[in-house]
Design a protein around this ligand. Structure first.
Ligand code: AMP
Ligand code: MG
Length: 413
């Protein structure tokens, strides 16, 4: 018996994306593991990091020069008495207890500004003569000094859970003496590829067979989104076998299926999912490539699934647009909205209206002069074209012609 899901109005790209984001926002917090600081790079922080002391821990000079009282420099040039020198890392007993009126202390970048002084004059505006220094430029209170605790107060939260730990976050954790970090466990993402014509890489393909490449593009994308791919066997276009493999996929945290979601007679993915009791949140979106994309949930432990169209470029694009936010949420990442950068169009585009398009493109130019140009392609099966591209140009559904020099949205990959 062919059970097909209720035909529903096909949502716009934005509506479909928001449906996924709304489901992703309702997920439970993932499990936590503790790892060494450097191993935490690119992982998702699971417990906030707090300042163990004020940052900076003392008023810090940001220049080589002289620590002064700004009020003494009302009339420049003026000459001050030099009462000492402070290096970065100077011991407390090496720091003058107080800088009095008309006194100065020679100071180095990163050294503590002594009590009494309220600014630092850069060495470039000074000339030293023995125990005296002539200063040629006035300063305001606080110039070239970062006050104690100005960057963060002891006990304040420096890093929130849910962030992806980049080099700045790791450096900040290091700066407060963190040797290990709590991060979320990576979600397992089942990849099920379907199609009678698809063979594994260990098989010499027959004349009409196609090697499975989608599991590999997805494997890379899943890793980048913070998940671990679990590549399941290729499912032939046959109900029972497909059902068994989907059931195997239920051991993972989320299921990605490729192929078998179009209108063809052997496109069984939706039917088999429906037989397993799936709810469908959308079965298609007004995009190209990737229009037949499916998003839903199976009753077993409320596992989400995505049915990604099998054409290789469609698989890659629909992953980025819809599966990525779900996997990021399963990985514990705080939600972030999809944003596009913009570049000027290098060669004119003519296209049919009605669908939002994500077309393989090359972003080039230099510095502020970014330009974008579509790559020539044979449609959404053309892996060679997408491999030449470094981004997707995002074309709104109401535009049939875009002229050279117009700003075009770009989705980086
Ligand atoms: P389908 O979505 O099943 O109709 O497949 C659309 C096109 O994508 C067909 O030309 C398939 O041969 C191709 N295709 C499907 N799955 C894969 C895969 N895993 N690797 C490479 N090509 C695929
Ligand atoms: Mg197929």
């Amino acid at each position: 018996m062919a059970v097909s899901p209720e035909p529903a109005a096909i949502p716009s790209f934005e509506d479909a994306r928001h449906i996924v984001e709304a489901h992703a926002a309702g997920l439970r917090e993932p499990k936590i593991e503790r790892v060494e600081l450097l191993a935490a790079a690119r992982r998702v922080l699971a417990a906030s990091v707090v300042a163990d002391r004020d940052i900076p821990p003392f008023p810090r000079s940001t220049r080589d020069g002289y620590a002064v009282r700004a009020a003494d420099l009302g009339n420049v040039p003026t000459t001050l008495e030099v009462i000492g020198e402070i290096r970065a890392g100077a011991k407390p007993e090496e720091i003058p207890v107080s800088v009095e009126r008309c006194q100065a202390v020679s100071i180095m970048t990163g050294a503590p500004v002594p009590p009494g002084a309220d600014a630092v004059v850069m060495v470039e505006y000074t000339s030293r003569r023995g125990v005296r220094v002539e200063i040629s430029k006035a300063v305001a209170i606080g110039d070239n000094v970062v006050a104690q605790g100005a960057e963060a107060r002891q006990g304040s939260r420096l890093l929130d859970k849910g962030i992806v730990l980049n080099e700045a976050a790791i450096a900040l954790a290091a700066s407060v003496g963190t040797l290990r970090l709590d991060v979320y466990k990576r979600p397992q993402v089942a990849v099920i590829t379907t199609g009678d014509e698809i063979v594994g890489l260990d098989t010499v393909p027959g004349p009409t067979q196609i090697r499975n490449s989608n599991s590999y593009s997805l494997g890379v994308q899943i890793g980048r989104a913070g998940g671990d791919p679990v590549l399941l066997p290729i499912a032939a276009d046959e109900r029972q076998r497909l059902r068994e493999i989907i059931e195997e996929g239920l051991q993972s945290d989320v299921l990605l299926l490729t192929g078998g979601v179009s209108m063809g007679r052997y496109d069984l993915v939706e039917q088999v999912l429906a037989e397993l009791g799936a709810e469908f949140f959308f079965t298609g979106a007004k995009i190209q490539p990737g229009r037949p994309v499916v998003f839903g949930r199976l009753p077993t432990e409320h596992k989400y699934f995505f049915g990604l169209p099998g054409n290789p470029v469609s698989t890659m694009v629909t992953f980025e647009l819809f599966a990525r936010p779900m996997i990021e949420a399963l990985a514990g990442m705080s939600p972030r909205k999809l944003t596009f950068v913009h570049a000027r169009l290098k060669s004119e585009i003519h296209i049919k209206t009605g669908l939002k398009r994500f077309l393989p493109a090359v972003l080039s130019g230099e510095f502020e002069n970014s330009e974008v140009e579509l790559v020539a392609w044979q449609g959404s099966g053309d892996i060679a074209a997408v491999a030449r591209a470094n981004c997707y140009a995002v074309i709104p559904p109401d535009r049939d012609r875009i002229a050279v020099g117009e700003w075009v949205a770009v989705m980086m990959r």
